[in-house]
Design a protein around this ligand. Structure first.
Ligand code: PLP
Length: 395
């Protein structure tokens, strides 16, 4: 008899191929040396956090102040929540303040807290493919039902399908921009269309439908573009985000939830989410990190370095003959696999020492994901392997 639940076995089994690929990647690194395997499979940035991070970290670490390390109200330190609210005020004219913010254990924590608070068993949560791998698990954690919407030629939502798949059971539409795995940014036009469609459906079904905006990459945008603030597009909207990527500190697990101040029941929503932040076992976001990030809301990693990496990789892959859309943000690319079997092509790349993730894991077979949050050297060397693998197909 198995010690683990049937569902755990089932999920482990479903994800076993991806685990196998990672294991093969590790085996290759052991065989050929870490330096000789070009790992573009992980969204774990190697870029250093900004200097201000280390300055504030050592300041708070050396301050003999027990209150820096104790429990605090479950929503987080008031000073930190206020600093976050002040920073959001730069993006939107809405009357946002600390009462609209909850500090969380990363975006992952934020999404789980928000979903737990919003959905009853069987409620539908709409996600757009290609989607972040964890979404289906997060939705299942709270007995929700994921409804997947296809993408159009630009990796934006297929609006006809979205129109037909919003039902009276739809409670949440989960969006992610800039996007993992495509790097696509949702423009004002796209967000306006989503907002208008939701309001039409809310009227039709006499329901409330929330936009949950997953945006850990919001500061990582290129070509002088800006990531619009979701609060300007729909009243029932919630931001779930973190400093994992913009400060390059994913291991520190510091993020936050922000609720649209225009939402008439925002107090009830915040109370509910604060309760679940505690009762899901997070209790509160890491105290020391709350102190540190409250001081450096204007800082980020060097975004231009990601833009340079994007330019180099995009131009090089295009030149080889890969078909791909130029990402506008985050640090991912999602080329089409030159053969329809993306798992097979990812294995071929692996044989040539490049590690990527097949698109099937993101609900978009026929593609593969490149994470370029690594060194220039690794990216440059990977190009030789991308070329060889592509050209081998023609032989
Ligand atoms: N959402 C997306 C789209 C992500 O890519 C990630 C991490 O890669 C997360 C959420 C989780 O991020 P965090 O480290 O803030 O929990």
């Amino acid at each position: 008899m198995a010690s683990i639940s049937k569902k755990t076995s089932q999920f482990l089994e479903q994800g076993s191929w991806i685990r196998k690929m990672f294991e093969q990647g590790i085996a290759l690194k052991n065989q050929f040396g870490e330096k000789n395997i070009y790992d573009l499979s992980l969204g774990n940035p190697i870029i250093s956090p900004p200097e201000e991070f280390f300055i504030q970290l050592s300041k708070f670490a050396n301050e003999n102040q027990p209150s820096n390390h104790r429990y605090m109200p479950n929503a987080g330190f008031n000073e930190t929540r206020e600093a976050i609210a002040q920073n959001l005020l730069k993006e939107t004219n809405l009357p946002i303040n600390q009462s609209h913010i909850i500090m969380t254990c990363g975006t992952g924590g934020a999404l789980n807290v928000a979903l737990k608070t919003l959905i009853d068993p069987g409620d539908e949560v709409i996600i757009f493919s290609p989607y972040f791998v964890e979404y289906k698990y997060y939705i299942d954690n709270h007995s929700g039902q994921p409804i997947v919407i296809d993408y159009d030629d630009n990796y934006l939502p297929n609006f006809n399908q979205l129109d037909s798949k919003i039902t009276e059971k739809t409670k949440v539409i989960l969006i992610n921009s800039p996007n993992n795995p495509t790097g696509v940014l949702y423009t004002k036009d796209t967000l306006t269309k989503i907002g208008e469609l939701i309001r039409k459906k809310q009227k039709q079904f006499n329901s409330e439908i929330f936009i949950l905006s997953d945006e850990p990459y919001r500061k990582i945008v290129f070509d002088d573009l800006e990531c619009p603030n979701i609060f300007d597009f729909h009243e029932q909207s919630i931001i779930a985000t973190s400093h994992s990527k913009d400060l390059g500190i994913p291991g520190e697990r510091i993020g936050f939830i922000a609720v649209n101040p225009l939402y008439t029941k925002s107090t009830e929503l915040i109370d509910g989410m604060t309760f679940w932040n505690r009762a899901l076992g997070f209790v509160n976001a890491p105290a020391l990190m709350q102190r540190v990030v409250s001081m450096i809301q204007d800082s980020s990693v060097d975004i231009k370095s990601y833009e340079r990496k994007r330019n180099f990789l995009y131009n090089s892959l295009k030149k080889i003959g890969y078909s791909l859309i130029k990402p506008q943000g985050a640090f991912y690319m999602f080329p089409k696999s030159p053969i329809s079997d993306d798992v097979k092509y990812s294995k071929m790349l692996q044989e040539n020492k490049v590690l990527v993730v097949p698109g099937v894991g993101f609900g978009a077979p026929g593609h593969f994901r490149i994470a370029y949050c690594t060194t220039d050297e690794v990216i440059e060397k990977s190009i030789i392997s991308f070329k060889k693998t592509f050209e081998d197909l023609e032989k």
